[in-house]
Design a protein around this ligand. Structure first.
Ligand SMILES: C[S@@+](CC[C@H](N)C(=O)[O-])C[C@H]1O[C@@H](n2cnc3c(N)ncnc32)[C@H](O)[C@@H]1O
Length: 229
């Protein structure tokens, strides 16, 4: 299978994640040098779910990003359009209500969630503005949005090292640990093409969200954007 091109044809993106599903979490942990665990804790703090609240974890993949919400006592719904990722997720977390659905046309009623979170998923959707508008539609008025996504390191020398060296080193490392190294060529290219913090904040606001703000993690390798419906 070839990697998904940067024009992000939905069937190619879904097929690419089907192909990496079995080793997705292991590869993530290796490539991020264990940083994903602390990024996920920061997402949980930003969403701040109260017991009983309904949280949509969109582009949930194998459900690793959903587990902290469930552990906090919330009712989390993991949703993804890769059946391969959902299959692995159901096996690993049989207690989670995995739901097949496309971010561009969510299978949920208006205002049905207290918060929507999307971790490392928004960069992969073919129409970011439409996905953000769909997320707003299913969030109750006053509800929260948290977007966790790779971003642009803020310190210029580090940004150069990250973009010019580490992103170029990613594909060869992935060849050793992943069943589909081409997916990690796509990962590196899609990170390089993604808007910076301010640019993404503008896109979130344009989709109708208010009070958009952000917090950089690991020097801006990852950024959490927050907003209110
Ligand atoms: C990098 S994984 C992130 C999984 C999980 N959120 C995590 O933090 O580990 C990105 C996920 O986005 C999903 N995805 C991409 N485009 C999507 C869309 N339009 N609708 C639903 N899921 C989508 C992919 O299938 C994949 O499982």
């Amino acid at each position: 299978m070839s990697r998904a091109a940067l024009d992000k044809q939905p069937h190619e993106v879904a097929a690419m994640f089907d192909g990496v599903a079995e080793r997705y979490d292991l590869t993530n942990d290796v490539l991020s040098l264990g940083q994903t665990r602390w990024w996920r804790r920061a997402v949980l703090c930003a969403v701040d779910p109260a017991p009983g609240q309904r949280i949509l974890d969109l582009a949930a993949g194998t459900g690793t990003s959903s587990v902290p919400f469930q552990a906090a006592g919330a009712e989390v719904v993991p949703c993804d359009f890769s059946l391969g990722m959902l299959r692995v997720g159901r096996r690993q977390h049989p207690g989670l209500p995995f739901t097949a659905g496309d971010a561009l046309d969510l299978p949920f009623a208006d205002h049905s969630f207290d918060a929507v979170s999307i971790s490392f998923g928004l960069r992969n959707v073919s129409d970011v503005g439409r996905a953000l508008a769909e997320m707003r539609r299913v969030t109750r008025p006053g509800g929260r949005l948290v977007v966790c996504e790779f971003s642009h390191p803020v310190w210029r020398p580090w940004r150069t090292v990250y973009v010019e060296y580490l992103m170029r080193a990613l594909p060869p490392v992935a060849r050793r640990v992943s069943t589909n190294p081409e997916a990690y060529v796509y990962l590196a290219e899609s990170i390089r093409a993604w808007p910076d913090q301010r640019g993404l904040a503008r896109t979130i606001a344009a989709a109708g969200w208010s009070g958009v703000g952000w917090r950089d993690l690991s020097g801006g390798i990852v950024t959490l954007h927050r907003a209110t419906a």
